[in-house]
Design a protein around this ligand. Structure first.
Ligand code: 0X9
Ligand code: ZN
Ligand code: ZN
Length: 305
């Protein structure tokens, strides 16, 4: 059965998305943005008070990398916090009155399923590569942002294989199409990964600084401070290339260059003791502290609409 404090399977998440959206029709709606390589439906939840006119929005995705299980757990937590605190928490109420939040609970569903059934440490998609017996592409090297120029591999057997072309993966294409189609409303793009306790922003495909570098840094530092205030978890913020490593083809850089100014990558707990195998006992504290950072960024975006 589904629980917010365990790592749910894809079938539990899919059923949860149905239940929570039917139980909260005034705040939640569900749509399918396309299918995965193996034919699963990519479920997207729109969280926000219904309104006659289109609202500005924040897009959040989780589970780009299959083995980073704390990430989908956070997206589920966020949706639940939104529906349970709307009407009592003033920041959440104001946010959902003024904006919509699109939440993609699992981006790389085929990979996520594979980590439950075959290989807990799988990272990539599960597509076939012509001329190779190695499977999958790194979805976070598959976006059209300096594609495959640095920190990515053209070898299908690599964990950072960039794919045969930008958006060669149907999952990347579906997400990119959704964001392109809603470009005029999407004001922020947040993508949730693990691990390392970092809050990254563009660029990662170059050491050059983003045009909005100083604002992005200031907001990241405020968000990190909010996160730390709960349990003392320490985060480092900065541009991807200098803070973690240069790596092209990421969704954050792509969204930023499309015009989504507030583009951030979270690397959640921990710093490597458990790594990708973060115990379920850490789901609640990790999600609660991350909520504070996400709400800090959201409030800044809302204030600057
Ligand atoms: O390498 C990645 O894709 C991310 N780290 S992870 O350990 N979750 O794989 C960092 C992504 C930072 N942004 C870009 N490289 N664009
Ligand atoms: Zn990742
Ligand atoms: Zn809470």
């Amino acid at each position: 059965a589904h629980s917010y404090t365990k790592y749910n399977t894809w079938s539990e998440i899919e059923a949860w998305a149905d239940t929570i959206s039917s139980s909260n029709p005034s705040l939640l709606s569900k749509q399918i943005i396309g299918n995965t390589y193996e034919g699963r439906s990519m479920v997207l939840l729109k969280v926000g008070k219904s309104s006659a006119s289109p609202k500005p929005a924040i897009f959040i995705d989780c589970g780009i990398h299959a083995r980073e299980w704390i990430s989908p757990a956070f997206c589920q937590w966020f949706v639940n916090e939104a529906v349970t605190t709307y009407g009592s928490d003033s920041a959440m109420t104001s946010l959902l009155n003024d904006m919509d939040v699109y939440v993609l609970p699992v981006f790389n569903i085929d990979g996520y399923v594979f980590t439950h059934t075959n290989d807990r440490m799988w990272r990539k998609t599960r597509s076939r590569n012509s001329g190779s017996s190695c499977m999958g592409t790194d979805p976070n090297r598959n976006f059209d942002a300096g594609w495959c120029t640095i920190g990515a591999s053209s070898n299908p057997c690599s964990e950072t294989f960039c794919g045969s072309t930008p958006e060669s993966e149907i999952e990347s294409k579906n997400v990119a199409n959704f964001i392109r189609n809603n470009k005029s409303t999407i004001k922020a793009y947040l993508t949730i990964h693990s691990y390392s306790q970092l809050l990254l922003f563009p660029y990662s495909y170059t050491y050059g600084l983003a045009a909005d570098h100083s604002e992005l840094l200031k907001v990241a530092e405020g968000a990190s401070a909010a996160l730390t205030s709960l349990y003392g978890t320490r985060y480092t913020s900065g541009p991807g290339a200098a803070t973690i490593y240069p790596a092209a083809g990421g969704s954050d850089d792509w969204a930023y260059d499309l015009g989504v100014k507030y583009s951030y990558t979270f690397e959640l707990r921990d710093t490597g003791y458990y790594g990708f195998l973060l115990p379920e006992s850490q789901i609640k504290p990790t999600c609660e502290e991350t909520m504070l950072a996400v709400k800090y960024i959201a409030a800044h975006v809302q204030k600057n609409l």
